[in-house]
Design a protein around this ligand. Structure first.
Ligand code: DX5
Ligand code: ZN
Length: 218
């Protein structure tokens, strides 16, 4: 199980230092939540801040774009130092083009699904997906409670991907869950086939990041 702390719950007055701390604490990557105040009712940061953070760490930059129109942001995030870009199926009418655009920049292409969104909509673009992000809260804020049926959906998704990807001869995309994740969910997430846990509060809300990350890794 890999653990990507979400910087949303870090101390925003010292992001560079927070990044170094989670790197020392053996995080597998860092999850960067980009919000536009339209797709979700909150605002965070954009490519200039991501670029300014890049020299502070070697960690994988996993950019989760909670924005209405991600296409024009793909290139700026690539140049800011992103390793992966995840877009929401709900905000991408031309998802095939958006994903192939992400890959054309040499980045990991991810699709996020809100708790109410089914995964079957990914059927015809499976060949373009490296990662599926199953939102286990409604996106917009850290510190919310995990929505149980959304976690179960990750298990159903894993089984479905096993079957479809085998049939199509494709590599199975990684499965990531995000929102309200704490150590009590780890065993179940492993059992369901989740590869990456994103956790904000469960890491940055503690005093000992190394202990928190080890606890989440299980
Ligand atoms: C929610 C974000 C999450 C959030 C997770 O919109 O996508 O990444 O930061 O924070 P916690 O773990 O506190 O729910
Ligand atoms: Zn996120």
């Amino acid at each position: 199980m890999k653990v990507f702390p979400s910087l949303l719950s870090a101390d925003f007055s010292k992001l560079g230092a927070e990044l170094s701390s989670i790197e020392t604490a053996k995080a597998d990557g860092v999850h960067l939540d980009i919000m536009d105040g339209v797709f979700v009712p909150n605002l965070t940061f954009g490519p200039p801040i991501v670029k300014s953070l890049r020299p502070h760490t070697k960690l994988d930059f996993d950019c989760h774009l909670m924005v209405t129109n991600p296409d024009p942001l793909i290139e700026p995030f690539k140049f800011a130092g992103a390793n992966g870009i995840t877009v929401h199926l709900e905000s991408c009418p031309h998802i095939q083009r958006t994903l192939s655009q992400i890959r054309s920049h040499g980045l990991r292409a991810g699709v996020a699904l809100n708790p109410g969104t089914d995964f079957k909509g990914l059927n015809w673009v499976l060949d373009q997906i490296d990662l599926v992000l199953v939102m286990t809260v409604n996106p917009g804020f850290g510190g919310q409670k995990l929505i149980e049926p959304a976690l179960s959906k990750a298990g159903a998704l894993s089984k479905w991907l096993d079957k479809e990807c085998a049939q199509l001869g494709l590599k199975k995309p990684l499965i990531q869950i995000d929102g309200g994740v704490d150590p009590s969910h780890v065993a179940r997430a492993k059992e369901l086939g989740v590869d990456i846990l994103v956790a904000g509060t469960a890491v940055f809300g503690t005093k000992d990041y190394a202990k928190a990350i080890a606890g989440l890794r299980g």
